[in-house]
Design a protein. Structure first.
Lengths: 704, 272, 158
């Protein structure tokens, strides 16, 4: 284990453990009012009229008329309204906000408001949508030739469903005006995203907007774009009433109306010639929901991962994100990759079984190596450790023996084991880091020779406060206690980019390491100094052309092998997870406990995604699973046998060798789980989550 | 407007129940999910007469305000009831949720209700000046509808002491804790001197009310195992026709298949 | 019918002017400003609002004030001054079991209830004891490990 990996007591352990940490709902301000949104009850309609009751003194209604800037939330494109205009496009779209001093009275007023809708027919099924938000195509090699010359073309379609982030702390923000400025604080991942959005919605100079992250109870991507929308709404409200306004969602509201993982339908055509895979032709369809928000970027990552960890010389990928009248989908750990990795891993399993060989045997033939070309004709610049990780996984889980043993079972209880191989592209896709984010980070050395890290990345539980400080302390050679870090405040920290894409530790941490080295050289005892570092793209990167999807989509990749063993009870179609093993290459862990905690948490979220986390809407576009009793996430007794291991594979261009870690552990869970179910049930499967309902259908059919 | 009544005796409780429009509150773990602004609760959690678990010649008698944890910890609790109650929700809910609340909710998913159906339990209901004992089958009138009058309280559950040893129980939920039943099944079989003295089955969570068909179960009573085997196909066919699940979080087909599978397994595990 | 509710909160006798049908969670957070008691769902499904009520783990969102006359309530604010907390604190820190922290006050009180009932629980008993406390960050392993460490290091405290 590298010295840096040695675990330390987390910087924020004490306040959180003792209950002293203040999350946004724990804050109160003088004269603060509470706000609640009126959400559209219809999936698609024109708003004909809004009938308000007489408002008591001190209570207000805030809507599109109160937007002093542009009634649009800046998220990549600008189509999301701050408050609905003439139409509503999904159940839950915010129409207005009621604000006042007493929460119960605010609710009462909300219930008295009558919205007169002229309903239109919503499009709920992504296959039926005729509005394509984004359409991307890329190719390499000669797919037409490969298809024409194939002995056979294997064609299959896979589906994945929604996933709700289900952070324990719901969305919440407070906005308060002061001295001609507006401050918004609360639960968030990306202070500067919010900064830009609020400035535009209010029509304020950016210098007059301040965004502060409060201690945040989980994000997982769910607080990447949604807080920008809520922030604009709360800021407009606060500007109108001239007082602080707090909005905190209740759980049902949060589950029904905030961003989720994109459901997907992926069709793969795989050309086989002489028993070899010669090409893949892939069609990817993502359900973007009612507005574009992050769909462009999620789709990009999804289609880049289309051929998985495999060397496929002839490749064509077509991807679309389409509009439906459902809640806009956004970021969730994995960000498009879980969907396409599910499809490619499953089809490889199916092709192998069709050929009469073990899935792993087939996969091993095609695993990429250092120097190979990526899907987008970039290069795998670094060692790909999958072969040794597979061997270790086989040791841990006995995968190869079990996979054979579990074929053709009878009896009440049937076991199965599945294994998946995935990567996560580290950092922002393409040249976004260089051209869009342009991260800046600072360190201030105080006169007492303590130093403070000044970055906009948010600790949302993943331990950034600790790992950033470890990097700085270790490089400077000073005790960890003398390195300070606060939750980001845009008045005080530069824009080092958002807390997304598994970039914070690798990219910003890397900048902090270089900056610390610089400070060490320039260090003057007893003096206050400020040093700054800007992002520099590593020199080995083959520039990425986003128009053609050519070049290095990512500087490097983190790799994982996941195996899951299940036991199905054929009487009830329910199952037990007997074992879940994950082996992860994240370069070098900056703190072993923190990285292990991330791997375990992400892996369990992935197992939830595979099995119990089903979310669906009814024919009116209303999400039915809107509470913890109906949207089922794993408890402590559901996977008691989850094991994670980290391998050491230092990345030359990451701080201390670290690479992106946060999202990786979720990506491989679904194909491992569903392959295990295939092994247990003896049939090919095509969708995730794969629930007891799905299992029962298979058992019924098999018994016929 | 008074917003709640705290009482320390059953008499006090029944008096208020007879006079005021109150909502009986024993543990609150279901009531508080949809707590109404103007609800006037009658707090029964500290009424000693409702907290006893005792036995007499025929019955184990459980006070309606006994919590699930108290029921699990009592040496008198029959094993089948313990097994069902221990799988309810999670520790904090079990610490305060009560068997009385579980029943008066009127839900076919109530885990304790299923056991009481299969055990042919009785319920003692009291009002300020009257008392009646009802078989549990007469307590449930429909989905979320019970026979409890607005001046009555459920006071005690009477479970027959004998015939509960050879039981079959299966709860099917969405996960291993905090899981509302999607299908549940309980069954009892008593074989004495080679003859089936009692066969009792109940299906929970699949219909508006727990399904208990004594008339169908009667097909096996009085028979030997071998004779029961002979009518097994007929017995199953009758249940197959009578179990018509309603769609919930899972489909009717899933519920039906699971019910029939568990019923068959119950028979097979007893040699039928 | 008493107009106020008297109970013992973190070892001090207090009086609440809340109505009998109000939630204990809301009273603790709003009237008594005990913000360590978190709200995750208000339906008894997540355990973020856990308190120890009359010695038992409870979801304070599911408790109506009228039911706690003369009861004892312990929140994280009261528990964190105990020696037992110090042991749990050290154990949770040793394995970095705290990520976003939102589930943690509830988990800590659930940990206390597990060890109070059984000072040397098995892993299965630990998992069962926190089965009503949802955590989305950790995957539970580190929390389970921390409680096990506390049991070992507890040294007769439980």
């Amino acid at each position: 284990m590298e010295p840096i990996s040695k675990s330390v007591k987390k910087k924020d352990h004490e306040p959180k453990m003792s209950g002293r940490s203040l999350y946004v709902d724990d804050l109160a301000m003088d004269g603060m009012l509470y706000g609640r949104q009126l959400h559209s009850a219809k999936a698609k309609a024109r708003i004909k009229d809004i009938r308000l009751p007489k408002l008591p003194e001190g209570y207000y209604v805030v809507d599109k008329h109160d937007v002093t800037g542009v009634n649009r939330v800046a998220i990549v494109l600008n189509d999301t309204p701050v408050y609905a205009e003439d139409t509503v496009e999904y159940v839950g779209e915010p129409i207005l906000m009621v604000v006042g001093p007493d929460r119960k009275k605010v609710d009462q007023i909300l219930n008295e408001i009558v919205v007169v809708y002229e309903e239109e027919i919503p499009v709920l099924d992504m296959k039926k949508s005729d509005t394509v938000f984004f359409n991307y195509n890329y190719e390499k090699g000669d797919i037409e030739k490969a298809m024409a010359e194939a002995d056979r073309v294997f064609e299959e379609t896979f589906q994945t469903g929604y996933q709700e982030q289900a952070y324990l702390e719901t969305q919440g923000l407070i906005a308060y005006p002061h001295d001609g400025r507006m401050t918004v604080r609360g639960s968030m991942q990306c202070p500067y995203y919010i900064h830009g959005a609020v400035s535009k919605a209010l029509g304020y100079d950016t210098g007059d907007v301040q965004i502060i992250q409060d201690v945040t109870g989980g994000g997982f991507g769910g607080k990447e774009d949604y807080p920008s929308i809520l922030a604009c709404q709360v800021a407009v409200a606060a500007a109108k009433v001239g007082k602080p306004v707090k909005v905190v969602f209740d759980r049902r509201e949060d589950m029904e109306f905030t961003s989720k993982r994109h459901p997907s339908i992926c069709t793969y055509k795989v050309a086989i010639k002489n028993g070899e895979i010669t090409g893949m032709d892939v069609d990817v369809l993502f359900n973007g929901g009612a507005y574009t928000t992050l769909s462009a970027v999620v789709l990009q990552r999804g289609i880049i991962c289309a051929n998985g960890v495999y060397r496929v010389d002839n490749l064509r990928v077509h991807g679309r994100a389409v509009k439906t009248n459902t809640v806009p989908c956004g970021a969730y750990r994995g960000f498009g990759a879980p969907q396409t990795f599910f499809a490619v891993e499953m089809i490889m399993d199916h092709i192998a079984r069709d050929m009469g060989i073990e899935p792993l045997e087939l996969k091993e033939k095609y695993i990429v190596k250092q120097g190979d070309s990526t899907s987008t004709s970039g290069e795998y610049h670094f060692h790909v450790p999958l072969p040794e990780m597979i061997e270790r996984m086989d040791q841990l889980s006995d995968y190869r023996v079990k996979s054979k043993r579990y074929q053709n079972q009878t009896g009440r209880y049937r076991r199965g084991i599945g294994l998946s191989l995935v990567y996560h592209g580290c950092g922002f896709t393409g040249s976004g880091e260089r051209d869009i984010i342009k991260a800046v980070v600072r360190i201030r050395k105080n006169a007492d020779d303590t130093v403070e890290v000044l970055a906009s990345n948010a600790d949302i539980g993943q331990g950034l406060k600790t790992t950033f400080c470890k990097i700085v302390a270790d490089t400077l050679g000073i005790p960890l206690e003398r390195v300070l870090i606060e939750n980001p405040d845009t008045d005080l920290v530069p824009d080092s980019g958002p807390t997304v894409a598994s970039r914070s530790l690798m990219t910003v941490g890397g900048m902090l390491q270089r900056l610390s080295e610089k400070l060490k050289k320039e260090w003057k005892n007893g003096e206050e100094q400020i040093v700054e570092e800007r992002y520099i793209e590593p020199d080995f990167i083959i520039p990425f052309d986003i128009g053609k999807f050519q070049g290095d989509a990512y500087p490097t990749y983190s790799w994982s092998v996941s195996a899951i063993e299940v036991e199905v009870d054929t009487l009830t179609a329910s199952n037990k997870v007997l074992g879940a093993w994950g082996i992860f290459d994240v370069g070098v862990p900056i703190d072993m406990n923190i990285i292990q905690g991330q791997m375990q948490g992400g892996f369990l979220q992935g197992i939830g995604y595979s099995s119990m986390e089903q979310m669906d809407y009814n024919d009116k576009g209303v999400i039915r699973n809107n509470s913890f009793s109906d949207y089922i996430i794993p408890t402590s007794v559901d996977v008691p046998n989850l094991v994670t291991e980290i391998i050491n594979n230092p990345y030359t261009h990451g701080p201390y060798g670290a690479k992106g870690a946060g999202e990786l552990p979720l990506v491989g869970a679904a194909p491992a789980y569903v392959e295990a179910m295939e092994n247990a049930l003896g049939v090919s499967l095509y969708n995730a989550p794969f629930t007891p309902e799905n299992t029962m259908k298979v058992l019924q059919e098999v018994s016929k | 407007m008074v917003n709640g009544y705290q009482v320390n005796s059953l008499k006090e409780a029944l008096d208020i129940r007879s006079r005021e429009a109150v909502v009986p509150y024993a543990g609150g773990t279901d009531l508080m999910i949809k707590s109404k602004e103007d609800a006037a609760y009658l707090f029964l959690n500290k009424v000693p007469e409702l907290k006893n678990i005792v036995e007499d010649a025929e019955y184990i008698r459980i006070g309606a305000s006994c919590t699930f944890t108290e029921i699990i910890n009592s040496a008198l609790t029959p094993a089948i009831l313990k097994e069902a109650v221990i799988q309810i929700a999670a520790p904090a809910i079990r610490n305060f949720g009560t068997i009385g609340g579980n029943l008066c909710n009127g839900s076919p998913k109530a885990d304790s209700a299923l056991i009481l159906f299969v055990a042919d339990a009785k319920l003692r209901l009291m009002s300020a000046d009257a008392e009646r004992v009802l078989p549990i089958t007469e307590f449930y009138l429909g989905r979320n509808k019970t026979a409890l009058h607005t001046d009555e309280l459920l006071v005690e559950i009477l479970i027959p002491k004998t015939g509960l040893d050879n039981y079959y129980y299966q709860k099917v939920g969405a996960r291993n804790a905090l899981a509302i039943s999607r299908v549940s099944f309980a069954a009892l079989l008593n074989v004495v001197d080679g003859k089936i003295e009692n066969c009792s089955t109940a299906f929970g969570a699949v219909s508006d009310v727990v399904i208990r068909r004594k008339d169908i179960d009667a097909m096996l009573i009085g028979r030997t195992i071998a004779q029961a085997k002979a009518v097994k196909a007929d017995y199953l066919a009758k249940y197959d026709a009578e179990i018509v699940p309603i769609r919930g979080r899972v489909s009717t087909e899933y519920r039906k298949s699971t019910c029939m599978n568990l019923l068959k397994d119950f028979l097979e595990s007893n040699g039928i | 019918m008493k107009e106020t509710i008297k109970f013992i909160l973190n070892n001090k006798e207090v009086v609440s002017t809340a109505k009998a049908n109000e939630r204990l969670l809301d009273v603790l957070r709003n009237e008594f400003r005990l913000t360590g008691v978190k709200c995750g769902c208000k339906e008894g499904e997540c355990g973020a609002c856990s308190v120890i009520l009359d010695g038992k783990l409870a979801n304070s969102c599911m408790v109506a004030m009228g039911s706690i006359q003369d009861s004892t309530v312990i929140t994280i604010e009261g528990y964190r001054d105990t020696e037992r907390f110090t042991v749990l604190d050290k154990a949770y820190a040793a394995v970095s079991a705290v990520q976003c922290g939102f589930c943690i006050p509830g988990m800590v009180l659930a940990s206390e209830c597990i060890l109070a009932k059984n000072p040397h629980p098995t892993e299965a008993e630990i998992r069962e004891g926190i089965s009503g406390n949802l955590c989305r960050c950790t995957g539970y392993n580190a929390i389970v490990e921390a409680i096990g460490i506390a049991a070992k290091e507890g040294n007769g405290l439980w």
